[in-house]
Design a binder for this molecule. Structure first.
Ligand code: SPQ
Length: 425
């Protein structure tokens, strides 16, 4: 894909469903008894990987392109997959599903693409092993392929060294099957979609400060789930609207769960013109329509407990910071190094190649905004967020920006380029 400078973005768009919520709907729907209907499911490669894994374990799941219908078989209804479970590019599928598989009465093998095979799995192997699980890395490098031999588990109280919803959710899912109570304490609160969805499926969850506790479940009840639009996908348009001259964009039905809304706080802190309408929490998670207009921005410091609330938005926030006056400092975000790519290096190296004044640090980056960007070639290395971030940068840079491997956007937002084109006229 190639991008050149534009001088206006205008219009309205509806962002596809939230990726995190979509994955969880497949998993809990499969473990529930009876029918779960999912409205607004994200039809992306990552979420389809979750769907196909559970189909391979004997769950009847139909999808008409609009509604996903899951015929749940209960907590003990999964069957051994006749094939290796292929998670593609999806860390969420790998880590959450491992928590479930650890407690089954069969053996599973999980693998995925070149990016997933480099991502650290020790973070789930350690707590699952403490619960009695038998989980090994086939190549003994703490990455996928993983071999999980189902075992009887027992509850633990786990102090997670990282604020990670995937680690937390993996342990809580295993906790559904474990003898006794299971609790996870995080350094900062990460996204809470698993806890919210447990609650709607009838599993009591206790939250106290940064600690979440579950007891073994008897039964999950099939549900109707309404998936909100994904704020992580909306983030590209939020930033595009702020930095592109003469722009006004309304993004409809965006999920604004307080454990995910860090980008909104940052945009406000930077002086961005962002307004909300149609705020709703009628069904499922809270949503709003968000309107963004071209703004004069100033740099800010982003650190501490806000980081898990915007971890996936940091690549596009780095682009935003290049268009702000003054310095933006991003700290406490070392987790970026173990995403689909090393997102600190990818953002710093490629934005520097575009002429930005940006420096990598051990746990983030420092950006002195206000330099004019010029086009370059970016190899996005199987990272959808890098592809989308540099598309927006390219629309606000001199010359041509070429993105190699841009089809990786299919993992989270297959319609991204079409949606972008729809507001360029
Ligand atoms: O699923 P995957 O590949 O890990 O996707 C990413 C993303 O950018 O879309 C991370 F690279 O999102 C994670 C997110 O970073 C999705 C997620 C979840 O659904 O629980 C939690 C976050 O990861 P973590 O490691 O902080 O728990």
């Amino acid at each position: 894909m190639k991008f050149t400078r534009i001088n206006k973005l205008n219009g309205e768009l509806c962002i596809p469903g939230d990726k995190s919520v979509s994955h969880r709907s497949i998993m809990l729907g499969s473990l529930a008894e009876g029918i779960t209907e999912v409205h607004g499911f994200l039809n992306s490669a990552d979420c389809m990987a979750s769907m196909n894994c559970f189909r391979n374990m004997g769950i009847d799941i139909s999808y008409d392109g609009n509604i996903v219908t899951i015929n749940g078989k209960g907590l003990h209804g999964l069957k051994e997959s006749p094939v290796t479970l292929d998670v593609g590019n999806s860390g969420t599928t790998t880590r959450l599903m491992s928590g479930i598989l650890a407690a089954q009465d069969f053996t599973s093998r999980i693998t995925g693409d070149a990016s997933i095979c480099k991502r650290p799995m020790k973070r789930i192997m350690t707590p699952l092993s403490l619960m009695g699980a038998d989980i090994t890395s086939e190549l003994e490098n703490d990455c996928t392929p993983l071999i999980i031999k189902g075992k009887k588990l027992h509850g633990i109280s786990y102090n997670s060294p990282v604020a990670s919803a995937q680690v937390k959710s993996c342990i809580l899912l295993a906790g559904l099957y474990a003898a006794g109570e299971t609790s996870v304490t995080e350094p900062y609160i990460s996204r809470n979609h698993t806890e919210l969805m447990f609650d709607s499926f009838g599993v009591p969850v206790q939250v106290s400060g940064n600690t979440v506790t579950v007891k073994p479940a008897d039964k999950l009840y099939g549900q109707k789930i309404v998936v909100p639009g994904d704020i992580s996908s909306a983030a590209y348009f939020i930033v595009a609207g702020l930095i592109t001259p003469n722009s006004s964009i309304t993004i409809k039905n965006v999920g604004i769960n307080p454990t995910r809304d860090g980008i909104i706080e940052v945009v406000k802190k930077m002086g961005g013109n962002i307004t909300f309408s149609n705020i709703s929490s009628d069904v499922g998670e809270p949503t709003a329509d968000i309107t963004i207009r071209t703004s004069s921005l100033k740099g800010c410091v982003i650190e501490g407990e806000i980081i898990p609330k915007l971890i996936d938005e940091i690549p596009i926030i780095a682009v935003l910071a290049c268009f702000a006056e003054g310095t933006t400092i991003i700290k406490d975000a070392a987790e970026l190094k173990v995403k689909e790519s090393n997102r600190i290096d990818m953002m710093v190296d490629n934005l520097a190649a575009m002429g930005a004044d940006i420096t990598a640090t051990d746990d983030g980056m420092i950006i002195n905004g206000g330099k004019t960007l010029h086009g370059t070639t970016v190899d996005c290395k199987l990272d959808h967020r890098i592809a989308m971030s540099f598309s927006i940068a390219g629309l606000n840079a001199d010359g041509e920006t070429k993105i190699i491997g841009s089809e990786i956007i299919n993992t989270s937002y297959p319609g991204f380029f079409d949606d972008l084109a729809s507001i360029m006229n």
